[in-house]
Write a protein that binds this ligand. Structure first.
Ligand code: SF4
Length: 198
């Protein structure tokens, strides 16, 4: 199986509830959405074609058994062969998806990050089968109006991420969370941008 890979690098998870964990990132190329705030537009274009064994060789150079498959939108490509190989090699496997494209794959952690642009595919912006398989949901908040886009059916942790670490929006989120403290919802900034870590 050949994958269209934008980049592979070793860093710290900057987002979500696994924030702060060292991970090897496999960024797959291409995305089916066009969010105006996207900070990985460079991943839209074709990357390099790489066989599973080439990807494995590359990630083995790093002293880390935690991997994050991201994009772009990684679920555009059939992830099963890559995931199976990495699971066989005892990697802790995480992935992030916008949730518009369904695949059932044996991950250790799955972040589903619905986008309003995804409403052209699903009413809530994501395939509802992810309600059971996601480990966490993550919403990028660009203003107060986005708080009403969050699907209230979600029973998993929900991370609220102010767009571009905007402090005013972070303040709106704090006010919202204080009024709704019974929810399993969390404010998280993008730590890699705060610290300048790649
Ligand atoms: S789904 Fe993610 S990668 Fe795709 S356009 Fe939106 S923010 Fe960018």
């Amino acid at each position: 199986m050949v994958y269209n890979v934008s980049e592979i690098f070793y860093s710290i998870q900057g987002e979500g509830l696994l924030q702060g964990l060292p991970m090897v990132f496999i960024r797959l190329a291409g995305c089916n959405l066009r969010c105006p705030f996207c900070d990985t537009k460079y991943a839209f274009k074709n990357g390099e074609k790489k066989e599973v064994k080439e990807i494995l060789k590359e990630i083995r150079q790093y002293p880390c058994k935690k991997v994050c498959i991201t994009g772009g939108e990684p679920f555009l490509q059939n992830l099963f062969p890559l995931v199976k190989t990495l699971k066989d090699k005892k990697y802790y496997l995480t992935a992030e998806t916008n949730g518009t494209l369904w695949q059932k794959i044996p991950l250790d952690w799955l972040t589903v990050s619905p986008k309003t642009d995804g409403k052209k595919i699903h009413p809530q912006g994501y395939d509802k089968r992810f309600l059971n398989t996601a480990s966490e949901f993550k919403y990028v908040i660009t203003g107060r109006q986005d708080l009403s886009f969050i699907d209230r059916r979600i029973r998993k942790p929900v991370v609220l991420q102010p767009v571009d670490n905007n402090i005013e929006i972070a303040g709106e989120i704090v006010m919202f969370l204080k009024k709704n403290s019974g929810r399993n919802w969390y404010l998280r900034l993008q730590m890699h941008k705060v610290t300048g870590i790649r």
